[in-house]
Design a protein around this ligand. Structure first.
Ligand code: URA
Length: 253
């Protein structure tokens, strides 16, 4: 392979990876290809192939399409993200925090005002309650678990993230979970649970039962912000957390 071809192949691979990150997983047949031929046909040019013939990843490549091999590398790979419009209103991206080898990953919806200011997940009032659940309830330090969100940038006025914002961000969450390799995921609230499980089933029916996200057991429970408004639901959350502890062989005494 000549130097030119190698560099072209590298550019093409980067472009395909970018498309995958942007949510493109297929190129419709018949799409005009710059230069005349349709996707799937071979355009003019020495040995060139149309994009549909290009494999987006090596065998064994991560499902996220991201290549970082640790969380720090993943944060760098995300960079000063502008992949969706949430970037316009954020103060900073909130990647995630905690133990890179955690047995439990907690996934929330997206950063709120306090998280956007501090750059860390679950540091506001809902975060204090989550910290109590972990430290007072589970009797482990918050630093022992890993905490992140479905979207990494604050939705303006704390609105729900839009589907295209979730799609743009999902490779990052997938790679975080691939890298941490937790034994259990706890989905905090309706939005995280429904997004991870790709369902519209209400959280009241999802919680309290085991599900699976990409091969990892997942327990949905109510969001801590919901508990701040409805403290009576703490009992259900504690039941859900006890199931998590039981599964991990932790004592819930
Ligand atoms: N709510 C979330 O879902 N995530 C946070 O990080 C904070 C509040």
């Amino acid at each position: 392979m000549s130097q030119d071809t190698r560099s072209l192949a590298r550019d093409l691979a980067a472009h395909v990876q970018w498309m995958a990150l942007s949510g493109v997983d297929e190129i419709p047949p018949g799409l005009p290809w710059p230069g005349g031929a349709a996707a799937g046909e071979v355009p003019d040019g020495e040995g060139a192939s149309a994009p549909a013939a290009v494999d987006a990843g090596d065998a064994g490549a991560p499902a996220s399409g991201l290549v970082a091999t640790d969380l720090g590398g993943l944060r760098s790979e995300i960079g000063d993200c502008k992949r969706c419009r949430l970037s316009a209103a954020r103060t900073q991206l909130v990647f995630g925090s905690g133990n890179p080898d955690a047995r439990i990953v907690f996934v929330g919806e997206g950063p709120g005002r306090d998280e956007d200011r501090q750059g860390l997940p679950f540091v506001g009032r809902a975060g204090e309650l989550l910290t109590d659940i972990i430290q007072k309830g589970m009797k482990i330090d918050r630093s022992e678990v890993y905490i992140c969100n479905v979207v990494k940038c604050r939705p303006p006025d704390n609105r729900n993230p839009e589907p295209e914002e979730v799609d743009a961000c999902s490779p990052f969450l997938i790679r975080q979970i691939e890298l941490v390799q937790p034994e259990v995921i706890v989905a905090l609230g309706k939005f995280a649970a429904q997004t991870l499980l790709q369902t519209t089933t209400p959280i009241t029916r999802l919680r309290g039962r085991w599900h699976e996200y990409r091969g990892v057991p997942l327990m949905p429970t109510f969001h801590p912000a919901h508990l701040l408004r409805n403290p009576a639901f703490k009992r259900e959350v504690w039941e859900d957390i006890k199931q998590v502890m039981q599964r991990l062989g932790m004592s819930a005494a």
